[in-house]
Design a protein. Structure first.
Length: 116
């Protein structure tokens, strides 16, 4: 299974970005999917999860600002990020979430940089 994230970029604080992740296999349909991020010098953290049934879970740091969604027909998961803050600056990655942990090898991430 290959995972590839896209949509990152440089944005000013308060701006928005929309990230997209595509999966190459139909495992996507039965899997919980998550967006992770890793800032320099910090551990990778799970910021948003969408279950196979569509329910969502967010880290407190992004709750109310980020929205995760999925398209099972297109094997994609999207992260809409609004009201971005400099502390959101990180590499963003998607993965299958299994019992709260990432299941697959990490694919290509996408860099998000928020300027103050």
């Amino acid at each position: 299974v290959q995972l590839q994230a896209s949509g990152g970029g440089l944005v000013q604080a308060g701006g928005s970005l929309r990230l997209s992740c595509s999966a190459s296999e139909s495992i996507f349909i039965i899997s919980d999917m998550g967006w992770y991020r890793q800032a320099p010098g910090k551990q990778r953290e799970l910021v948003a999860t969408i279950r196979s049934g569509g329910s969502t879970i967010y880290a407190d740091s992004v709750k109310g600002r980020f929205t995760i969604s999925r398209d099972n027909d297109k094997h994609t998961v999207t992260l809409q990020m609004n009201s971005l803050k400099p502390e959101d600056t990180a590499g963003y990655y998607c993965n299958v979430v299994w019992n709260g942990t990432p299941l697959l090898n990490w694919g290509q991430g996408t860099q998000v940089t928020v300027s103050s």
